[in-house]
Design a protein around this ligand. Structure first.
Ligand SMILES: *Cc1c(COP(=O)(O)O)cnc(C)c1O
Length: 377
């Protein structure tokens, strides 16, 4: 079976874990955590970064930093992962969902302004497949109404909006290093704090509501409980693994892009004949090749394609179901329809894309997709 995803090791992961273990300190905020923080601030210019145990944790930290209270409203896409929503629901926020674009699964930012009320606190954007949302529009609305902007950049490492790195544009950016992402540490994440008013407090929330980080830097002579918080920092073992990946980020991205381009070029005749649709990348966005998807003409066609590929030992998978229709949320939704998101939920299918996907396997996948559509006629 050709899997949908396979974690790629660069070679130094276990070596760095060995180093971390033998340094005698394996809890969080040690040498490798600092190396990772330095990598992110120097490579992407983020003001401050904090490693977390997941992107979910990073989003929850942003929710605490913004002091989200029961009744506060959060505007976010419906076509996303549950963590984008849960982080704010946990603090009692009311979710106001936004539909996707006709051209691509990202949220339609033109709909945001009409949804703002006196209770709106933040706009949460998701850069689906690592492709940027139109951030100038989002940032202008946020400025006009004095709202926070959180970027769920879980899939968006090393991807850009114009010349700005994703995750570095809003007040906060949240990244994931789950094994299904481009750069991995098993489970893992990062919060980028771009609004410098929140740098100090982010460190306190990160360390269980204590000023431990400042204390160890010698900035305060007392170490105590000063605010709310939780244990968001990962162990050195996670950061050691991640650092080996970060050292190879350029190579990993280049290889993924090569695979992505092969899919795009090989399948483009199908798109020209309107058999299916291929990903659309707006001119303001770069492509970090997080994902390669195709969009079928109907749910029936997608099911048939997935089954056909499975019968040939290829695992292709669909993606999100619109959150406004989920069992948890459907009775809380305000009733607006989200037709494009529902359409992606029914027709989008993701193809295998991982560093170690061989040329032969990729050729085989493409051949099978082409033959599925030629047999169908
Ligand atoms: C993967 C993902 C997350 C969750 O990341 P974790 O690190 O598993 O918590 C959140 N949002 C989006 C858009 C994702 O793709």
């Amino acid at each position: 079976m050709i899997p949908f995803n396979k974690p790629h090791l660069t070679g130094k992961e276990v070596h760095y874990i060995y180093e971390a273990v033998h340094s005698g300190k394996i809890s969080g905020n040690g040498i490798f955590t600092k190396k990772c923080h330095d990598f992110f601030t120097s490579t992407y210019g983020f003001t401050k970064t904090l490693m977390t145990s997941s992107c979910t944790d990073a989003l929850e930290m942003s929710s605490l930093l913004m002091d989200i209270q029961p009744g506060d409203e959060i505007i976010l896409p419906t076509f996303t992962f549950v963590s984008t929503a849960n982080a704010f629901v946990l603090r009692g926020a009311k979710l106001v969902f936004v539909d996707s674009l006709a051209t691509e699964p990202n949220m339609n930012v033109e709909l945001i302004e009409g949804l703002i009320t006196s209770k709106t606190k933040a706009i949460v954007v998701v850069h689906y497949a690592g492709v940027a949302c139109d951030m100038d529009v989002v940032m202008n609305i946020a400025k006009k109404y004095q709202l926070f902007v959180v970027e769920d950049a879980a899939q968006a490492i090393s991807s850009y909006y114009k010349d700005k790195p994703l995750g570095g544009i809003g007040d906060f950016g949240a990244f994931s290093f789950h094994e299904t992402k481009n750069i991995i540490s098993g489970e893992g994440g990062l919060l980028a704090i771009n609004n410098s008013d929140y740098c100090n407090r982010s460190e306190i929330i990160w360390e269980k509501g204590t000023n431990r980080s400042a204390f160890f830097r010698g900035e305060t002579d007392k170490y105590g409980w000063v605010d709310v918080g939780s244990s968001f920092l990962p162990s050195e073992i996670i950061s050691a693994f991640l650092y080996a990946q970060l050292e190879n980020v350029a190579e990993i991205q280049a290889k993924r892009l090569e695979i992505w381009n092969t899919y795009y070029n090989t399948l483009s005749p199908l798109a020209e004949h309107k058999k299916l649709r291929l990903p659309y990348i707006p001119a303001y966005a770069t492509n970090n090749a997080h994902m390669f998807y195709v969009i079928c003409n109907s749910l029936e066609e997608r099911t048939a394609l997935i089954d056909y590929l499975k019968a040939h030992n290829i695992l292709a998978v669909f993606h999100y179901l619109s959150l406004h229709k989920s069992p948890y949320f459907s009775d809380k939704h305000d009733g607006r329809s989200m037709d494009y998101a529902d359409q992606y939920a029914e027709t989008l299918v993701r193809l295998p894309l991982f560093y170690d996907l061989s040329t032969e396997d990729q050729e085989f996948i493409c051949t099978k997709i082409l033959s599925f559509y030629s047999e169908k006629i």
